[in-house]
Design a binder for this molecule. Structure first.
Ligand code: PLP
Length: 411
């Protein structure tokens, strides 16, 4: 599906038309749905800027996007806005991650955590059902730099989560140590692996090599499925790097997490889960009998306004303008990296990434905390990161560097 820019008037029209195709709690006679518009005393639709604004109007109309709307059968009450959620899923899977048309299912989740949990839930159930595996024979494997949601998932779904070590300066998997860890795992009776490969880690912006996981898993004879955690990098890495091959054209990559509430600047509650068709069924809950189309998501009820927020951002930019925006962040980060180089400050930056992780011993803790640099560990920091988001301008970086210079000279 093409990702094209739309005029403000055009996208407004699409959203208001979509709302017309949803149930209208005010004018319709819907008596059995346990939902309604937002409380009118607090969220009045009569305020003109709410009436004019497509996202705010959708919030007040309060459509419930319960379920997964790429599967076919869904609640007809919110069909209008579900169409736009399907377009969001298609732009992410087909335009960003190069899937063939209509070959991917997905939904707007609460966040990256939920999307990662959804993937691990699906693959765990796949191994349980198709291989009659026991819980102790299944493990999640990712790296030490992976987001903690993988450990959360291990805890919730009662499977172990194994973190492969990475090399300190490069953040790539330490192959020899990884082999040793996997050998132990194999010896302990684990046969099935849910690999979570990173597309930009939280702290370093590093990207794992999918091929390395494939090689390791094959060498040890594990059955495995690969999920890519692109919560941070999904709206950035495949855009700025034309050579990116981590997408649905890769036969071993089966699903993705993305987060629109990070770089895309959508409101919180806009994680995105994408998976090849025919896999959502492993999260099917038969007991959801009162939901049309049943429910294969972790969320249950979820706001349709979140999908509209993402759709509106897509419409406001189109692929080309979004590329320009990402490149601005990339350029600013390159500028920062060069400035650090001239001062001899040691840091890690993955190619083209907009995250710079500075060795903690290179800058005073007071300066780091004063400028809101985030440590890898609040008790014992080894790194402080700068994330070049929209608000992190060169002017702001200059002020930080001036203060750093003053400290260096003083020393
Ligand atoms: C790589 C990565 N994965 C997952 C998450 C979790 O996302 P959320 O906070 O939206 O649940 C984050 C959040 O920082 C992340 O950076």
């Amino acid at each position: 599906m093409e990702w094209k820019r739309k005029s403000e008037a055009e996208s407004k029209q699409r959203v208001f038309d979509a709302l017309k195709n949803n149930v209208n709690y005010r004018s319709g006679s819907v008596l059995g749905v346990p939902g309604t518009y937002l409380d009118p005393k607090v969220f009045s639709e009569e305020i003109s800027f709410v009436r004019e604004a497509p996202y705010l109007s959708t919030l007040v109309h309060n459509p419930n996007h319960i379920g997964c709307h790429t599967l076919g059968d869904s609640e007809s009450y919110f069909e209008g806005t579900q169409v736009l959620e399907r377009e969001v899923i298609r732009i992410c899977s087909e335009n960003i991650f190069k899937a063939d048309p209509d070959t991917v299912d997905g939904y707007v989740a609460a966040g990256g955590t939920e999307a990662n949990l959804q993937a691990i839930w699906i693959y765990r159930n796949y191994f349980l059902q198709e291989y009659k595996a026991s819980l102790s024979e299944i493990a999640v494997v990712c790296t030490k730099d992976s987001h903690y949601s993988m450990q959360k998932a291990g805890n919730i779904f009662q499977i172990q989560c194994v973190l492969l070590p990475v090399e300190k300066e490069t953040r790539v998997i330490d192959h020899a140590e990884a082999e040793a860890k996997l050998a132990l795992l194999k010896k302990s009776g684990v046969k099935y692996i849910i690999v979570v490969s990173n597309m930009m880690t939280t702290m370093f912006g590093s990207i794992d090599k999918v091929e390395e996981y494939v090689e390791l898993m094959t060498a040890f004879g594990f059955q495995f499925k690969i999920h890519v955690d692109a919560a941070y990098g999904g709206f950035y890495a495949p855009i700025v790097d034309e050579k990116n091959t981590i997408n649905f054209t890769h036969p071993m990559v089966n699903s993705f997490t993305m987060d629109a509430h990070k770089l895309l600047q959508a409101p919180y509650g806009t994680g995105i889960f994408l998976i090849r068709k025919d896999w959502m069924k492993y999260a099917h809950t038969d007991a959801a009998s009162y939901v049309v189309g049943a429910d294969c998501t972790l969320s249950g009820s979820r706001s349709g306004a979140n999908a509209i927020a993402i759709w509106l951002i897509f419409a406001a930019y189109g692929r080309h303008e979004w590329y320009e925006k990402c490149m601005t962040l990339e350029r600013r980060t390159s500028w920062l990296a060069k400035e650090l180089d001239t001062r001899g400050i040691r840091y890690f930056r993955a190619p083209l990434s907009n995250i710079v992780a500075i060795h903690a011993n290179q800058i005073p803790v007071g300066l780091a905390s004063g400028y809101g640099l985030v440590p890898d560990d609040h008790h014992q920091p080894s790194w402080f990161k700068i994330v070049v988001m929209d608000h992190v301008s060169i002017e702001k970086l200059e002020v930080f560097l001036e203060e750093l210079d003053a400290i260096i000279v003083h020393k």
